[in-house]
Design a protein around this ligand. Structure first.
Ligand SMILES: [Zn+2]
Length: 424
């Protein structure tokens, strides 16, 4: 087993298990939680009291250090099973807090290093799904992160968010051309109207938990904010239906946060970002979508606190958001399933109130003799006659020839001219 020719500095640590007991088939990228040079990192791993190490380190300057030969197991990821099969890499941070940012040089050097490790160890393709449940299933996912094995944020939100990008870049170097993106673009103009979106939402949840807007007002925000940035606001609305459970909430994010897309809610009870109004919440979501969808500049001031964490344009289609926006690889499909339901949704026709039921009344005949006819008009045939002073109940009125108004006798024997009657 060889080591990487990219190494610029070597200080082998005693903190390791010799040899590793499993072939290398996994990559685990860590963050140092500090801005150590590769030399300092070597010093940190040198004392046996430290009980920690990594195979490699990458400095903010992009230089690579070696601390544990690839042939041996580093003590890095709080998991012997992981570290026996993984090459571990500690990357320096150029900012000293979450999201534990790393320099562009460090990121680029990490990509080159990982590509080299894959080539020398026969890893044909780097696979990342952001799914802890796939640990050990290297045919589905052969990158792991420290946070899955211990209560740590390592590798930090920044590097974690870059894992899909790192995999894509490494795979290019391994000669794998990414499949042409196919799917439903996030960039574009809304097709479904705000009215339909609102009616759809109310059909799923008659009492959505909203702040300062009603369902229609909310839907209009998605359309208008989406149009400003050239993002599909109608589908973004569907994304929020998935995220909020049709504005019932009930998970880590609460209704009062105006956070309709789980921005910053990274799981495990983390509530995520809070926005002052529904409009700013929608705007942040649209901006976050734009970060993924394309490389165009924002038209409005940035309100998405995580905009800079996204590799611009890495996910042009809704289908590409799985494993990125959310760990769930079927995330995009779930959004589009709601969108399909919206498109199939028939806005219920406005209910026209039924005509007020006719109230029958009684009349007294004022003509000495009055014909009653088979219909409301003198053009209908005479069925018989009624006489002055008799009282009849009228059950329906109608217009017709020969009288201002015709009335139907309760007996249904026929219609009389109401001109020759008085209300009884
Ligand atoms: Zn770590």
């Amino acid at each position: 087993m060889s080591n990487s020719p990219l190494v610029k500095y070597t200080k082998l640590s005693p903190n390791c298990t010799k040899p590793r007991n499993h072939a290398i088939d996994t990559i685990t990228i860590h963050c140092m939680a500090g801005n150590c040079t590769i030399e300092t990192c070597g010093e940190i791993f040198a004392p046996t009291s430290r009980q920690a190490s990594s195979n490699y380190g990458v400095g903010t300057d992009g230089r690579v250090g070696l601390y544990v030969d690839e042939a041996n197991r580093s003590w890095c990821t709080s998991s012997g099973a992981n570290d026996h099969r993984a090459v571990t890499i500690e990357v320096a941070n150029d900012e000293n807090k979450e999201p534990w940012h790393v320099s562009d040089k460090a990121l680029a050097a990490t990509i080159e290093l990982v590509a080299d490790i894959c080539k020398r160890n026969g890893i044909k393709k780097l696979l990342w799904q952001g799914d802890k449940n796939l640990v050990g299933q290297v045919d589905k996912q052969n990158m792991t992160v420290h946070r899955w094995f211990a209560a740590k944020s390592c590798p930090g939100d920044y590097l974690y968010s870059k894992h899909g990008y790192i995999a894509d870049e490494v795979n290019k170097r391994l000669g794998i051309t990414p499949p042409a993106p196919t799917g439903t673009p996030i960039t574009g103009k809304a097709i479904v109207t705000a009215e339909t979106l609102a009616a759809f939402l109310l059909s799923k949840n008659a009492a959505p938990q909203l702040n300062g807007v009603d369902a229609l007002g909310l839907a209009k925000l998605y359309i208008s904010e989406g149009d400003i940035e050239g993002i599909r606001g109608d589908v973004a609305f569907c994304q929020s239906c998935v995220e909020t459970g049709y504005w019932k909430f009930g998970n880590d994010v609460k209704a009062a946060q105006n956070n309709f897309a789980g921005i910053g809610a990274t799981g495990g009870g983390v509530a995520g970002a809070v926005f002052p109004t529904a409009q700013i919440g929608v705007r942040a979501q649209i901006q976050h979508l734009k970060a993924y969808a394309n490389k165009d500049a924002l038209k409005q001031p940035t309100v998405d606190p995580r905009f800079a964490l996204v590799t611009r344009g890495v996910a042009p289609n809704w289908e590409n958001l799985g494993g990125r926006w959310a760990a769930d690889t079927t995330y995009g499909a779930k959004i589009l399933a709601v969108y399909d339901a919206v498109k199939a949704f028939k806005t219920p026709a406005p209910v026209t109130p039924p005509p007020a039921a006719f109230k029958s009344y009684t009349v007294k005949i004022t003509a000495s003799v009055l014909n009653y006819r088979s219909g409301a008009g003198t053009n209908f045939k005479i069925n018989g006659t009624v006489k002055k002073g008799e009282v009849y109940t009228i059950v329906e009125e109608a217009n017709g020839e020969g009288a201002k108004k015709w009335g139907q006798l309760k007996s249904k024997a026929g219609w009389i001219s109401l001109d020759y009657t008085a209300k009884a």
